[in-house]
Every structure is written in C-alpha cells, then in structure tokens.
Design a protein around this ligand. Structure first.
Ligand code: SF4
Length: 397
C-alpha cells in the first residue's frame, strides 16, 4: 500500500465529472476528468478527517485513478509515499470569520458631492460624477468621516459633479483635510471645462491629489498636456474608436500618469473582446492561498467600502440598497454591511459560477457584472467557460 497526500497549498475542486487542482504556492493548475472512481478518490481526499491523504493499492487502482495520481505526483500537487506515517497535510479550509462589526473593516470611503453634471449611470461602474438636484452638505461629509476616524481609512474619494462650484468643493476639501490626508479629489474633465478644472486642482493640490476622470470623446491631447502635472487621469472608453483616440492623445506623453477604464453601455461585443477573460487568462490566474480563501468569504472588490450620497444615504455599493444614513451609528452601518446579501459578502456562489471549476479562483464579482445583470457571460458553458472580467481593483481613484 502507498499513501497519496496532497500538499496543504493544493486546492482540489470537483464539479460534476470534472475537477481542478490548483497549487497556490506554484500557481499551477490542472483540470482533470473525474469519472466515478476518480471522484470517489477525490471525495476521500476532501474528507478533512483523512488529513488530505488516501491509501492506494497500486496493483488494484483503475487506469483513470492512476492518471489522476500521476498528475498529482508529477506536477507538484502532492506525493505518493510507501512510508505511511511521516507526512501529514491539512486541507486548505476556510476559517470562517466572526461577524462582529469592526471599524477596522472600513478602508475606503467615497463621498459623492452631487450637483449638476451630465446624466449618466457610469458612477455605478467607476468613480464618476453623480447628477443630482442636491449637494452633500459639508457638515454631513465631515460628520461621516469623523465617525469612522482616520486610523483605518486607506483613502477617501471625493467625487465632484460640478467643478465650477469651487468654494463649496474647497470647503469640503478643507474639512476632510483636518481629519485625514489620504484623499483623492475626483474631477470630471473635458476640453470645455479644463480651465475650471485646472483652477480647482491647483487649489486642492495643496491638500490632496487630484484625479481627472474623462470620457475619451471629451478630451484632446492639448488638454491632457496642460494638466499632465496636476494629477492622475482616468480615461474611460466604450469602443474601439475611443481606444484608438486615446492611444493617439497619450502617445509621446511619457510623464502622464493615467489608467484606462472600460464603461459598459450596451457595448457587450467590446466587453467580450476586451474585458472578459479568455480561457488563457483563466489559466493564468494565480491567487495566493489567502486570496482564494478571501474569494470564498468576502467580495474583495467591495469589502470595506462605504459610499455617502448627496442626500446623506450610505451604501456599501451604489448597486445595492442603502445600509443607513449619515445620522446612523457607524457600528449599525457596518453590522448591516455584514449581512449576507450585501455587497461586502457578494460571492460567486450563484449560477453559473456555482457550477464552475474556477468559482474561487476567479476575482470577486465586479460592478460591471452587476450592471450588466448577468454573470454567465462565458462564451462557452461554464463547465468550460471563458468568462470573468479582467477587473482591476479601483480603490485609490
Ligand atoms: S462562470 Fe465565469 S466568472 Fe463565474 S467562476 Fe466561472 S469563469 Fe469565473
């Protein structure tokens, strides 16, 4: 008899008659066919009491099982040993977190100032101005950040709707600056308002960094050049033409600090081509053991974020219902944020992801998928899918 033992860095998942091995140390992965005998072997390995091991009789093992065992031993997922005692391994199991409302969970806050601006729904996908008849009051903005306190906050994003409201914005900037230095002022920029944006950025830059957010259509090379030393640019694209336009306007500007973010607007073909992962991308996913656990417990894109809207309502994510108002206790807000249906805990535990081998390797659900109202954008059935957006974490705007 020999003992087959998986390394504790190896994850083993089964879905139907297919399985996936993933070594979170070497980041290698292998899919395998799992007919009944292989499935039975896997289930024994997955039984925690067996310490990730199973006894095998090499003379009696089936051909399918032998191929599976060879993948494990030849590709570094575990080992086969005739010494039945000396090697012990523990399956990587999620240690479920306690659900106490802790302020230390809070890391990112976004304040939407509100006011008049171009009406779009882009703020549900990326940091973008929110069009509203009312503006966030300076008192509410200050009160909210004070409630959380500066200790745990990694960043506060202040999203401007109307850059011409200079004195109102600078008042809020000064209030927040007395509480924390980690702030970004997100300013909607276009060729038409560049002078206003420049003035605002110059004033704000005394306290914070500025982030200019602009649709590709609305911006020229001259504007980018003029403001290039005043902040970071987030350039939004919706189609191939805008991508080409952006390539032209940033060409030769080596010192410009910028990101490009896609925006969904009935442009599924553009997203399928440029945003969603191919099978090759899927194969190159390389989360650490800790990241795989995180995917199983929280939404790593949303966890720890709160958003304050101009009317004083608070959200974990603007695509989910409100969790309170600026007048509520911050502990009550965090407690609600830890409800299963909230954005913080919005997992890939629904179909089709729940049937997919890559369920916990894939990045957490993104705003793009929520806005598109679908998670089955795989180009093939999820059992052999090509899905999951290549979404970068967009925290420090
Ligand atoms: S269905 Fe797509 S998004 Fe969902 S887990 Fe599978 S590959 Fe990832």
């Amino acid at each position: 008899m020999n003992k087959l033992t998986l390394f504790s860095d190896t994850f083993l998942w089964l879905k139907g008659d297919r399985g996936l091995l993933y070594n979170s140390k070497t980041h290698s992965s292998d899919e395998f066919h799992a007919p009944q005998p292989v499935k039975a072997l896997c289930e024994q390995l997955q039984n925690y009491d067996n310490l990730y091991s199973v006894m095998i009789d090499s003379n009696a093992v089936s051909e399918d099982c032998m191929s599976f065992i060879e993948i494990i031993s030849n590709k570094g997922y575990g080992l086969v040993s005739s010494d039945l005692s000396n090697f012990v391994s523990l399956p990587p199991l999620l240690n479920v977190q306690h659900k106490d409302a802790k302020l230390s969970y809070l890391s990112y806050v976004t304040l939407f100032l509100g006011g008049k601006c171009k009406q779009t729904e882009y703020y549900k996908q990326v940091m973008f101005p929110f069009n509203s008849g009312i503006q966030l009051s300076g008192e509410d903005a200050e009160k909210f950040i004070l409630k959380i306190g500066p200790d745990y906050l990694k960043n506060v994003n202040i999203v401007v709707s109307d850059p011409s409201e200079n004195s109102y914005i600078i008042d809020i900037v000064r209030r927040i600056a007395t509480i924390t230095e980690r702030v970004s002022l997100v300013i909607p920029l276009s060729d038409n308002n560049k002078k206003t944006c420049l003035e605002l950025a110059v004033q704000a830059n005394a306290s914070f960094k500025s982030v200019f957010v602009c649709c590709a259509d609305d911006i020229s090379k001259d504007t980018i050049k003029e403001l290039s030393d005043k902040g970071h640019f987030n350039l939004l694209v919706r189609n191939e033409n805008e991508c080409s336009h952006l390539e032209t306007i940033v060409e030769g500007l080596s010192d410009i600090d910028y990101d490009v973010s896609p925006v969904y607007e009935d442009n599924l073909a553009f997203f399928e081509k440029n945003v969603f992962m191919s099978k090759k991308d899927l194969k190159s996913l390389s989360p650490s053991k800790r990241e795989v656990f995180a995917h199983q417990a929280i939404n790593t894109n949303f966890f720890g974020e709160l958003t304050l809207m101009p009317d004083g309502t608070v959200y974990t994510n603007v695509n989910f219902p409100s969790v309170g108002t600026v007048n509520d206790s911050i502990y009550d807000i965090v407690r609600k944020a830890l409800n299963k249906d909230e954005a913080w805990l919005y997992l890939r535990d629904k179909a089709p992801c729940s049937r997919c081998l890559y369920q916990w390797l894939c990045p957490s659900v993104s705003n793009y998928e929520i806005v598109m109202n679908r998670m089955d954008l795989c180009l093939q059935p999820q059992s052999d899918n090509l899905c999951s957006p290549k979404v970068k974490k967009y925290k420090d705007a």
